[in-house]
Design a protein around this ligand. Sequence first.
Ligand code: 8YV
Length: 317
Amino acid sequence: MTILFTTRLPENGFHLPDCELVIPETPYFSEEELMLRIGEADILVSTFDFTVSSALLSQGKQLRLVANFGVGFNNIDIAYCQAHHILVTNTPLPVIEPTAEHCFALMHAIAHRTAELDRRLRMPDYDGIRFGVMNNLGYSLFGKTLGIVGMGRIGQAVARRAIAAGMRIIYYNRHQLPKAIEEQYEAHYTDMDTLLREADFISLHLPYTPQVHHLIDREALSKMKPTAILINTARGAHIDEAALAEALANQQIAGAALDVYEHEPHISEALLQLDNVVMSPHIGTGTIDGRMAMCKNVEDNIRYFMQGDTAKMNLVR
Ligand code: 8YV
């Protein structure tokens, strides 16, 4: 079998002796290169930052599987795959803990102003007061209400950390969770409006679909507390980035911590100018351990596919 990779991933992460792995030497194959090569491929391994379009897929005459390296698959034309009997898999388990860890790291960083103050301390001509009992104050997590939007596996991993941090948890989800799970996290189900109004910290953990495009728009931002902090480690287009930059600049909300952006990899100039936002370049799952576990998950999906054991694959369609 020939496995074509859109993106350079570590070859030693995949133990598939009977397969030919076609991995780019540069970070990505160009679209033209992929167009040329996809005709030979049985399997395509894709990453979130590469659009697997119908134009590309239609050239994959023998393509039977798109094995996505990542949990989110909004980069793939699922309808096309469905119509053409191409299976699609993702990597739901290895992304859970690294993403929840990063979400918490961002939450701490914005609440305690860690990144901003680090930046200030390094400025040779910084003329403010660096130390002082009543200077540089942030917000505690302890005793605060965390609103989790999307209480799936990652949302629940965040909830586990929030309990340890002494936070109260409210959540919004497509469906209310079973009582036993709610009790485990002492989590209270609310509608989106209540969550926006009550939460001190709001963290997004839902998959991206067109239905939730700009879930956090100008109106949603206007419902949030002036002390509220928004964290996004899901997908950038959940938030109207221009509206968010405005709300932060006007201190309509206190802060934001972002790992993802509406027009990734572009970040709006307005956000880059602000001190009340902490940013990272989509590294939610970007640990060495996490990446190797994701490779293993992709490898397993491919192996089960070759064995015809679809029940064991992480099929998304
Ligand atoms: C991954 C992600 O880094 O899993 C996802 O959906 O967005 C990321 O955290 C990415 O998918 C790697 O391809």
